[in-house]
Design a protein around this ligand. Structure first.
Ligand code: KG4
Ligand code: ZN
Length: 351
């Protein structure tokens, strides 16, 4: 089966062709993965401007899909089905992908499935590595989400914890903005952190003692909070910046110290959930999974605890349509086919 995936939930217009194989170790193969990034447009405003995002998706969608088909050396006639991100995300942005995909499905008589954006991030791990030992605990960590899922069987996602306030990527972006490092913040903080001392600046580590809202028996060990850390970093920087701009080294030290606290929190909670749930593997996906320290620390912890850790390659970590095609394939495998009555849903919940 050959699937065209379409993703327009935020500021990337993306289309990809993913095909099934007979190889049980690698059942899905990416034939094309095209992304038109809007970063240069939004950078000027310090973050994503929803109206500008929708307009740019409209300009880009046709060309991006054409490129995805061309790169995969196929035409519409070869496509067996479509998968499109239904939500969550920016409603105007989602509408472009959903309307395009529904129009294509209707006019060409192809089956279509709507996909949850986070299911796409989770399936990016299977797309990269093939089947992984189950049950797995998967951390999805991006600009909009920080959530832990238990995956007991392929395509089954059970929420075990999420952030009570900000997403980790949001905190990276905010700290980078305060340091004048531009948008998006994650990649540049990651780079600068390599040059800094991660113990130079004292920042608080979020702690919870109460029961987890989603899984009371997990005693709060699976939930995240980054607003306190973000506020502490804001206060620290405002106090320090009142005496003049930070030196390059001080900036690097703030990046390294901030990144250390975020990564320690993410890794500790993911492995605590894995232990509590008897997981046989750990997955990490979403834009922040591109972070070099998160990858390195999670792999080291996995080795120490005898738990294999799976992370997608960088091109499948940040938003892309290959992961949406993969999540669509999973739904088609489970027999799902949708009518054309579904609509974009900015607050879509995971099924
Ligand atoms: O998954 P994604 O592309 O979009 C959302 O679904 O939100 O994630 C984008 C987020 C941004 O907050 C960005 O700063 C962060 O991922 N990010 C990183 C890195 N690369 C991207 N955060 C930390 N380190 C990185 N290397
Ligand atoms: Zn995402």
């Amino acid at each position: 089966m050959k699937i065209l995936g379409i993703e327009t939930s935020c500021d990337e217009t993306a289309a990809a062709v993913v095909v099934t194989t007979d190889d049980a170790a690698k059942p899905w193969v990416v034939q094309s993965n095209i992304i038109a990034s809007q970063t240069d447009i939004h950078r000027e405003w310090g973050g994503v401007v929803p109206e500008l995002a929708s307009r740019q998706h409209l300009r880009d969608i046709c060309g991006v899909v054409d490129r995805a088909l061309e790169t995969a050396h196929c035409t519409w006639a070869d496509i067996d089905g479509l998968a499109v991100t239904q939500g969550p995300g920016l409603v105007g942005a989602l509408l472009v992908g959903v309307s395009y995909a529904k129009a294509a499905a209707l006019s060409l008589g192809k089956p279509i499935v709507p996909v949850h954006h986070l299911a796409g991030h989770i399936e990016s791990i299977w797309l990269e590595h093939g089947p992984i030992p189950l049950p797995a605990v998967v951390l999805v960590v991006s600009g909009g989400h920080t959530s832990l899922y238990e995956v007991p069987a392929p395509g089954v996602y059970r929420l075990v914890g999420r952030t009570r306030d900000d997403a980790a990527g949001e905190a990276f972006d905010k700290v980078a903005r305060l340091l004048g490092l531009g948008y998006p913040g994650g990649p540049v903080v990651d780079r600068r952190a390599k040059l800094g001392n991660d113990q130079a600046v004292a920042l608080p580590r979020p702690r919870f003692t109460g029961p987890s809202r989603s899984k009371p028996h997990l005693e709060g060990m699976t939930e995240f909070s980054f607003s306190g850390l973000k506020s502490a970093a804001v206060r620290l920087l405002q106090t320090r910046q009142a005496h003049g701009p930070l030196s390059e080294q001080e900036t690097n030290d703030v990046c390294a110290s901030f990144q250390r606290v975020v990564v320690e929190t993410l890794v500790d909670r993911t492995f605590a959930a894995a232990a509590a749930l008897g997981a046989r593997s750990v997955g990490i996906s979403g834009g922040v999974s591109a972070n070099s320290r998160l990858r390195a620390d999670a792999l080291t912890r996995g080795q120490a605890e005898g738990l294999p850790v799976f992370v997608p390659s960088l091109s499948l970590s940040t938003d892309n349509a290959a992961m949406i095609a993969a999540a669509g394939l999973r739904r088609f495998e489970h027999g799902a086919v949708s009518s054309l009555t579904f609509n974009a849903d900015p607050a879509l919940r995971m099924p």
